[in-house]
Design a protein around this ligand. Structure first.
Ligand code: NAD
Length: 285
């Protein structure tokens, strides 16, 4: 392949589905893909937010962007959304599995159990709610599996496509307090590799990005004080552990996402690429 200047030209007019598309990272990825000429469907549990964001991103990038209600935990809901995407935009070339997140019910109150301090055990592991754990695990893992089942098949039939999963720093080394999210994201890495091998001869590539720390609604309550907005001790630790010394800006993902969707990465398959300001490279000393 000879290098060209119009690197992303082949992406023009291609169709990309983004689940969790109304979220902070989903809308940022959609904006960069729209500027590269892709046609985009934002699928989100919050259908109104998906439509609202589509109406903002489309016109400002002179692109076709639609918002559709879909629940990534319901195959039926995803199949309905697929029908709308196919009727409106045609066949799907790319799927970004962006729906995911953590929740307070699956978060321990303390980082470590310290029996010596008389700390109540329910503040740690033993206080985790089964339902809360299941919800977070399912949203991140099943919420990637089901859209891949629904949207992957036509890519295989077209012998071309890219599936891009969203992992996390937690997948490499779990962060304290959030075991459901960590184990689900670790399973995303494993699933990304498994599927990349399984689809290896189909023309469909499967990769993941592992964003570092981006301040969004799902983690704001852990990283900043709700009243003052100041960094919590956990937020301070993260900044201290991120060699570039800041949280990520959602726009920081755009080059990596364009690269992994385009043919520039045609021999990149089954990787989990950190976009983390060096967090995963830093040993802390
Ligand atoms: P966000 O909360 O802003 O967006 C998530 C979106 O998913 C929301 O719009 C929400 O309505 C939607 N959603 C929730 N449940 C859904 C369901 N059942 N079906 C369909 N949509 C549903 O979060 P974000 O920060 O943009 O995160 C996007 C992805 O990136 C997630 O997988 C998250 O785990 C991952 N991630 C985020 C960070 C970060 O620092 N923000 C870091 C690493 C990984």
């Amino acid at each position: 392949m000879t290098m060209k200047n119009d690197w992303f030209e082949e992406l023009n007019n291609k169709v990309c589905v983004i689940t969790g598309g109304a979220g902070v990272l989903g809308t940022a990825m959609a904006a960069s893909l729209a500027s590269a000429g892709l046609r985009i469907a934002l699928l989100d549990l919050d259908g109104e937010a998906a439509e609202r964001e589509a109406k903002k991103i489309g016109p400002s990038h002179n692109a076709t962007v639609i918002g559709i209600h879909a629940n990534v935990l319901s195959k039926k809901s995803l199949e309905q959304a697929k029908k709308t995407v196919n009727e409106t935009l045609g066949h799907v070339d790319f799927l970004i599995n962006g729906a995911g997140g953590n929740a307070p019910g699956a978060t321990t109150k303390v980082e470590q159990i310290r029996p010596d301090t008389g700390e109540d055990l329910v503040n740690g592991f033993f206080g985790l709610e089964e339902e809360g754990f299941r919800k977070v695990f399912d949203l991140n893992f099943m919420g990637t599996l089901l859209p891949t089942l629904v949207f992957g098949q036509e890519m295989v039939e077209h012998k071309k496509g890219v599936i891009l999963n969203i992992s996390s720093m937690n997948a490499f080394k779990p962060l304290t307090k959030i075991p459901a999210y960590s184990s689900a994201k670790a399973s995303i890495n494993n699933f990304t590799q498994w599927l990349a091998v399984h689809f290896g001869k189909t023309g469909v590539r499967v990769n993941a990005i592992a964003p570092g720390f981006f301040l969004t609604d799902q983690n704001r309550f852990l990283l900043t004080d709700q009243e003052t907005g100041a960094l919590t001790p956990r937020g301070e630790k993260i900044i201290a552990s991120t060699p570039v010394g800041r949280f990520g800006d959602p726009e920081d993902l755009q080059g990596t996402v364009l690269f992994l969707l385009s043919d520039l990465s045609c021999f990149v398959n089954g990787v989990v690429l950190p976009v983390d300001g060096g967090y995963s490279a830093y040993g802390g000393v």
